[in-house]
Design a protein around this ligand. Structure first.
Ligand SMILES: Cc1ncc(COP(=O)(O)O)c(C=O)c1O
Length: 398
């Protein structure tokens, strides 16, 4: 199937080989159409107007909330909070749940392959409240090293990635979630990478919180989702104050709105939220079975091709088992930034650097990696062009 035809950027730029999907994905025509349609036909502020246009915009906005709930298997729409991105969702939980329920000496368990977005908010909480931040080690397959002993009665919160943005590995979360709940700890899953490669069922996983960003699932930038269990969101204080999040305001106090509006202060990214539904609909139309089939085949192909280069070292799992289509590597004698710049000269976009994962880089004793991240719309020809260009870059530098 030629999926690229659904994405106008590949028509505008036929030479483009886009292998930086983990940073942000390209947008299908349906998403672009939805954005245009919103501003041409629906534009109005939500929740506060009595006129028909405000009502229609509100229906569209809340329609996305239902679509997101269905997308991640949430039972209730009031468990879906719209944020700016996944980062804001984690900050919201660390600020609101963390400040309210965590105390000095309480432990928050992360892993050494978390994105900075799932580390810094907890380090900030450590500065505010004196909590202790601990980290799970990572094995050669990019799985968490976990035998149960890392979660104790001191552990109050566990916040882990559903898929590494550097290693591509998809860790086995279930035993950790169960162990955390046995000790009464709450669990947040950073599904920023996972959500575009795999169906998610928050009820089946039994997570307390989950975050994702719309721009990584073929949707617009500026919209994120925080899922939280209803009983937890209800207990948590608002993250930010302002319009939309209040019930009543008096000179010396206020009462917050019900969830999820309690956490959506100010005019939200209405267009972005509305358009996000088009992205979810697009994914659903193709189906995760098909997406996973395409990506699995491409990943296997890319891994084999990359392994055939003797001077290239893969960082992370060497096979396509328990992983998504993100592949990090280094090349002897060539800095990852030079790899990315060299590929860019052949119209190939990849990412190089620490990928917001300095702790993992230090753990692996690396200063940086080059990273290709494939989407189902990529092709074997994209991989072939990249491998050919890598060979030329190696020859140039060695
Ligand atoms: C695993 C992971 N978590 C969190 C983030 C942060 O996402 P955003 O910048 O959209 O908030 C990213 C972005 O690359 C990511 O890959």
């Amino acid at each position: 199937m030629d999926y690229k035809k659904d994405f106008p950027i590949f028509k505008q730029r036929p030479e483009l080989v886009y292998l930086d999907n983990a940073a942000t994905s390209q947008k299908p025509q349906a998403v672009l159409d939805s954005e245009k349609n919103y501003y041409e036909r629906l534009n109005s502020n939500v929740h506060r107007g009595a006129h028909f246009l405000a009502e229609e915009a509100t229906i569209a906005y809340e329609g996305t909330r239902q679509a997101v709930a269905d997308f991640i298997g949430a039972g209730k729409t009031n468990e879906i909070v719209f944020t700016r991105n996944a980062t804001e969702g984690i900050n919201l939980v660390a600020r609101s749940y963390g400040d309210e329920f965590l105390n000095e000496g309480d432990e928050v368990l992360l892993s050494k392959m978390e994105h900075h977005s799932n580390i810094v908010p907890w380090l900030q909480l450590k500065e505010r409240k004196g909590i202790v931040v601990k980290y799970l080690d990572i094995d050669d397959d990019g799985q968490f090293v976990f035998d149960g002993s890392q979660i104790t009665s001191k552990t109050k919160f566990v916040s882990l990635t559903g898929m590494s943005n550097i290693l591509g590995s998809i860790p086995n979360l279930k035993p950790i979630i169960e162990a955390a709940h046995e000790k009464g700890a709450k669990v947040l899953i950073d599904a920023c990478q996972l959500a575009v490669h795999s169906p998610i069922d928050v009820q089946e996983l039994d997570v307390d919180f989950l975050v994702l960003s719309a721009h990584k699932i073929y949707g617009p930038t500026g919209v994120g989702v925080l899922y939280g269990k209803e009983e937890l969101l209800k207990q948590m204080p608002p993250f930010m104050g302002g319009g939309e999040m209040i019930q009543e305001v008096f000179e010396d106090h206020f009462s917050p709105a019900e969830i999820p509006h309690k956490f959506e202060a100010g005019t939200p990214n209405i267009a972005g939220v509305v358009v996000m539904k088009a992205a979810i609909d697009y994914i659903s139309k193709i189906g995760f079975d098909q997406i996973q089939k395409e990506e699995h085949e491409l990943t296997e192909y890319a891994l084999e091709k990359l392994k055939s280069l003797p001077y290239l070292s893969l960082v992370g799992p060497k096979t396509s088992k328990n992983r998504g289509s993100v592949i990090s590597f280094t090349i002897k004698g060539v800095h990852p930034h030079d790899i990315a710049e060299g590929l860019s000269q052949s119209n190939i976009c990849i990412r190089s650097g620490q990928h917001c994962g300095q702790i993992l880089m230090d753990y692996c004793d690396l200063s940086a990696t080059a990273r290709i991240s494939l989407a189902f719309y990529n092709t074997k020809s994209d991989v072939d062009k990249t491998v050919k260009a890598l060979e030329e870059i190696y020859q140039y530098f060695n």
